[in-house]
Design a protein around this ligand. Structure first.
Ligand SMILES: [Mg+2]
Length: 218
C-alpha cells in the first residue's frame, strides 16, 4: 500500500488549519463529522462533477451541515476525486468546485461552514492509502483538526496506518457516505459509518445523527 497522501483544499496538507468558532457558545468535544461529497452534499453525477456549473446541491444539505456544527461537530469532507489523477482536469478546477460547494452550503445555512476539505486525486490502480475504502483521509482529518484545536499554529506531522499510535477516540464522531467504499473506510478507521441514499443525501439521515428533540441542548 502506497502512502500517497491526501490533498487539501487550497492549502498544502500539513499547514496549520485555521478553525473558526463553532456556533453559539459550544466548546468542541472532539466530535468530527466526516462527510463524503457526491451523493451526500451534492448530487452524484454520471461522469463526475467537472465544473462549478455542474455542481448541483441536494436539498437540505446546508441545513444538515449547520445543524451538525450547532451540535458541536467539526466538519471534514473526505472525497475521492480520481479525475484529477486521470488528467481530466486539474486541482484548480476542483478548488473552484469546492469554493462553490462552501458558498452554496452557507447560502442555505449561515452555520454550514466546512472546517476541512480533503480529497484523494489518485486513480484506483495506484493503491493510495488516501483513497477510500482506505482510511488515509480520515486519519489526516483527525490529526489536522486536533492539532489546530489543542496544540499550536505549528504544521501537523501526520502519521498513517500502523505508524499512528495513541489515536484519539472517535466516540461520537460519524462518517456519512452513499457508497460501500465510504462505509468500509469508516470501519477500517474506527468511526461509525452511516450510509445515505444518494437521492436524498445527508438530509435523509440527519435525524439518525441528531434527534430533533435533542437539538440545541448540546
Ligand atoms: Mg459519494
Amino acid at each position: 500500500m502506497k502512502m500517497l497522501p491526501p490533498h487539501r483544499h487550497r492549502s498544502s496538507l500539513e499547514e496549520p488549519l485555521r478553525l473558526s468558532d463553532l456556533p453559539g457558545i459550544i466548546d468542541w468535544s472532539g466530535k468530527i463529522a466526516y462527510l463524503d461529497r457526491d451523493g451526500v452534499l451534492n448530487k452524484w453525477r454520471e461522469g463526475y462533477v467537472n465544473s462549478p456549473e455542474e455542481l448541483e446541491m441536494l436539498d437540505g444539505a446546508g441545513f444538515a451541515v449547520g445543524l451538525l456544527r450547532r451540535n458541536g461537530f467539526r466538519i471534514c469532507i473526505v472525497t475521492n476525486q480520481s479525475p484529477v489523477g486521470r488528467g481530466l482536469w486539474g486541482h484548480d478546477v476542483l478548488s473552484q468546485i469546492h469554493d462553490s460547494l462552501q458558498e452554496q452550503l452557507l447560502n442555505e445555512d449561515k452555520d454550514a461552514e466546512i472546517d476541512l476539505i480533503l480529497y484523494s486525486p489518485y486513480p484506483p490502480d495506484q493503491g493510495a492509502w488516501a483513497r477510500k475504502p482506505r482510511p488515509g483521509m480520515l486519519e489526516a482529518g483527525r490529526q489536522l483538526i486536533e492539532n489546530s484545536e489543542f496544540n499550536s499554529d505549528q504544521p501537523t506531522s501526520i502519521s498513517y496506518g500502523k505508524n499512528w499510535i495513541n489515536r484519539p477516540s472517535e466516540k461520537g464522531s460519524i462518517l456519512v457516505g452513499d457508497r460501500e467504499s465510504d462505509i468500509l473506510a469508516a470501519e477500517t478507521f474506527g468511526v461509525k459509518g452511516i450510509r445515505c441514499n444518494p437521492e436524498t443525501g445527508i438530509a435523509g439521515v440527519i435525524d439518525m445523527i441528531i434527534s430533533p428533540e435533542l437539538e440545541g441542548q448540546n
